[in-house]
Every structure is written in structure tokens, then in C-alpha cells.
Design a protein around this ligand. Sequence first.
Ligand code: AMP
Length: 629
Amino acid sequence: MTRFADFHKRSISDRDGFWAEQAALIDWHKPFEQVCDYSHPPFAKWFVGGQTNLCHNAVDRHLATRADQNALIFVSTETEQERVYSFRELHAEVQRMAACLLDLGVKKGDRVLVYMPMIPEAAFAMLACTRIGAIHSVVFGGFASGSLASRIEDATPTVVVSADAGSRGGKVVAYKPLLDEALRLSSHKPGKVLMVDRGLSPFQRVADRDVDYAPLREKHLKTEVPCVWVDSTHPSYTLYTSGTTGKPKGVQRDTGGYAVALAASMKHIFQGQAGETYFSASDIGWVVGHSYIIYGPLIAGMATIMYEGLPIRPDAGIWWSLVEKYKVSLMFTAPTAVRVLKKHDAALLTKYDLSSLRTLFLAGEPLDEPTAQWIAQGLGKPVIDNYWQTETGWPILTIANGVEKAPTKFGSPGFAMYGYDVKLLDDATGKELTEPNQKGVLVIEGPLPPGCMQTVWRDDERFINTYWKTIPGRLVYSTFDWGIRDADGYYFILGRTDDVINVAGHRLGTREIEESISSHPAVAEVAVVGVADQLKGQVAMAFVVVKDAGSIPDDAAKLKLEGDIMKTVDGQLGAVARPARVRFVTALPKTRSGKLLRRAIQAVCEQRDPGDLTTIEDPSALQQIRDLL
Ligand code: AMP
């Protein structure tokens, strides 16, 4: 591997020259004057002085060459709908949505919160926002009113775009009551709520606030809304993600840097060609959906599939039937989805014509070897793991076959991508680990490359304090992941250093779940830990001390309380955050200074050695957990 090594080296040593070249992959309205302004670390400003527009790069610029080619392919196995939009049609729909937003008073820089299922209108809303310089903030449809309310409060949107309902496994999930409750809970009240009525679940309209999309769209069928040229550093969106504390962070992304980073990744990492089809089976509520359902493929001039439904309905061959039907070249999903498919007939993997498919990309959680082997052999296609975070917006570690073909190693997402100056730090000493096979915290030396987070929305202090630390003479960004690097430069990810858990590729904060469980009147204390799970990678396990020990005298009462607590979490955070089990104990293991020993609980749950317990106050508390399992 020499070509990639040189490519990577240059991206660090001649950072500005390297990224100036990549910047030619997108359209600029006004050329930039400076590639990277890192005069106020850790804040990096990319392509300073330049003006561009994300929606222009994703949609308008393709009109001249591919107006009638597929742009957005919507498939719902929930509602039995399939709709295909060409770039011309997408352009028209995005303008209609943009006109509606303008009509409702949205201005450049305003936030628009998008709480929607996987329907085309959600994509129109995102693109419409970036078209007019508004900042979208998509909240995953699986989140419930508490999660939604905290995001509304932080983003203070002018308008919320939502829909009556989503559907999962054939069951209608009403969104509007959750939204209404969130708006009741939130101290910030958006002026308007734009409602897409799918006819799935009748809903109440709040006078002077709720506006139906269909008639407003009719009014704007012919309204033209030109792209607003914004500074490269203008925020395009915020996306909330969990961390150590209960309050989710609004990851803020710029415009120019993000467009360049995605365009470069489509070329060097994904090797997508204009006119081909990309199928990312993620959700727009997650970063993969932002980068590789919406912006990345469209910027590259590819058609993108937006899929609403399960991977196993009507049967576990549905995805491959779509690959055949739409001649998908590149596919992207999470290991959990593959583990779900693995429980079904492997013959479904070869039932369809997959000749168009070149590569399956997997990301979002650790990829275990049996899962990788099963799908790679079953499809007869290369499988490429890639490791990144909401914060970075595009892969940190993977292989870049577009630069130079490189072998994959099972268990490793790959090596450091261009632009990322990745290091491992010794946790205790903070020193850089330079020898192979040493375990350390994976960090990135600043500046973060284009496309990564600019800051935490309205909280620069939190950005600095959460992510950055100084090692002699240098400022580094922490990924909060443990890793090791082998002699060939391949990294292996060994889990989080903080209280974030990863359930089926969904990132959750155990503190958020604890806060929600604590709100149940019967709960005195709670500890939530992530426990290894064969299917989902990890699941949340809760250990609860009740206020009145007499209130749970028998198993039936325990079961009822467990169900009640789960309902509390469902109602506040959403079913994604529901613990797999709630177990009852009379004390939680803590240090003498009162700190919860989450790692020890986790180790016991996973039947591992809990390590050094010299500071534990009451060893019988841990024994109780051991006995329960
Ligand atoms: P998110 O911000 O939701 O994308 O979650 C990011 C976190 O997921 C990372 O910090 C890792 O802990 C984990 N993660 C993502 N991709 C991978 C991967 N390919 N292998 C191992 N862990 C991953």
C-alpha cells in the first residue's frame, strides 16, 4: 500500500493543497479564499470566503446532465407504495417544500425540526432547508415525546415538519400525539407545524399552529425558489447525539466542508458513479441517513433509495429484490440488520440477480467476523466495514479502494482515512502509543477534516470541554472509543470509554435512560449498563432500587413494575431506549465516595472479571446482581 499511504500523508502534511483539490468535486458560487482557518483551535473553518449551497450540489447541478434520471426512489413495504422521482421531479418537489417553509415564515439561519418517518417529504424537507439556508434538525421517528421535547427546546425551531404516522412491521405508529405532547412539554413553541397527512392515523389540528402540507403544496406548485448561496461555514444542520451526560448534544455541521467531504468520500471510499443507484438501509434520523441516504449519493449524481420497512417483510429477500429491481451498485447497512437476516433462509441472498451490486458497506457498530463472513459469502460480494460517528459525518477508519485497492481484515474497520490524523493515547498517562497492538483511546489530532462537527449547537464551551484535550503541544479530539492498531496500520475498535451504548447500531446514553427510569415514582435509584447481545450487539440492562422495598413482595409485582418502568421509557424516550430487562436489587454497587460502578456491573452481566474492586463500599451489592443472573 503505497498510493494510499502517500495520499493520506499528503492530506496531513499538505492539508490545504489536498483539500483544495477535493473542493473541485463540488460547485462553488463564489470561490473560497482560504482552505482552512485553524487560528482558533479547536474550531476549524473550512473553505473560508467561499459560497455554495448543499441543495444545489445535491439537486440543481445535475439538471443539466441527468434531469430525467432517477434521483429519489421511495419504497415502503409498510404502505405498499413505490414512487420514483427524477432529478427534475425532485427539484420541483424540493422547491414546493421550500416555498411552503418560506410561506410559514422560515428565514435563513432559522431551525426547522423534522420529525418524520422515512417518506419522500422528509427528504424534500431536508433539501428545502439547505436550499433556503435554514438549518434542519432531524429527530429520529423512533424517539418519543421526552427526547423530542429536549431537542425542540435546544434547537428552538421556527417550524416543525412532521407527519400523522409512521409504520413498523405493519403497525401504525402515530407521530402527532407524541409531537403534541413534546410541544406541550417544551418551553419553546415553534410558530407552525407543517403536517404531512399520509392518511394512516387521524389527528387533531391545533388552530393557528398546524398547517396541512398538501393544500399548501398545491398553492406553491409553480413557485420557484432559487438556492440561497451561503458561506461555506454556514450551518447546514444539527443532529442530536448522546454522550455521557443526560442532555443530548446538537452536533453542528457546516455547508462547504460537508459537501466536499461527502463528494470526496463518494469517490475515494464508496466509488459511486453518477447514474448508478445507492441503497442505504438506514434512517434519516441518524447520521448515516444524512450523509449516505440524502446528501452523499445525490451530490455524486446517484439515485438513492429511501426504504420504509423491515428487512424481513414480506420476507428476508426484500432488500435483494430491490437491488435487482433498481440495479443497486452500492449498499449500506448496519451489522444488526445482517444478523437479523442471518436468522432467515440464506437462499434468499442468491434468489435475485445481484450482478449490479459491487460492495456492501457496514457501519454503526462493531462487525463480528461470523456476520461478516456469512453475508460476504452469501452474496458473493465484498463487505467493507467503516467506523465513524455522528460527530465526524463520514468514515474515520475504513479502506479506500477508490484510491488504492486494499485487503480487508475481519474485525477491523480498516485504517485511518485521508484527512484524519488518528492516534492512540494511553488512558493513564495521556501519552501517544506508537507501538503496534497497544490499547488506547482513539483520538484525532486537530483540525478535524472537512465535514466534521463545527461545534456543539450554541455551546462552544461544551464542544471544547467534551471532546478536546491537550497532549504536549497538541490538541486532540477524543472519539471516546478504545482501539488498537496492528503492525499494518489497521485499527480494531474495542468499545466506548464513556457511558454510551450501542443497541442495534443506535447510539444511546445510559444516563438518559437512567434519568427516564428515575422519573418513575417507585424508583429510588437506578443503574443502566450495556450488555453484550448476540443479535443487537448490546442491550440496555437496568438495575433498580425501589423506594418502598415492601412494594415488590413477589415475582408478579416485580414483573408488573418492570413493565411499568419500560412503559415510562417508551413514553419518554421511545422504544429504542427501552431496557431489555429491569431487575430489582436492594443496593447498587458504588465506590466509597458514592460513584456508581457501572463498569463492574457490566462486567458481571457479561460474566467477565469486574477488575479492581478495592474501592467498593458494599461488595454484597455486586453479589446480588451476580445472583440475579
Ligand atoms: P453514531 O454517532 O451513532 O454513529 O455512533 C458512533 C459510535 O458507534 C462510535 O463511537 C463507535 O462506538 C460505534 N461504531 C460506529 N461504527 C463502528 C464500526 N464500524 N465498528 C465499531 N464501532 C462502531
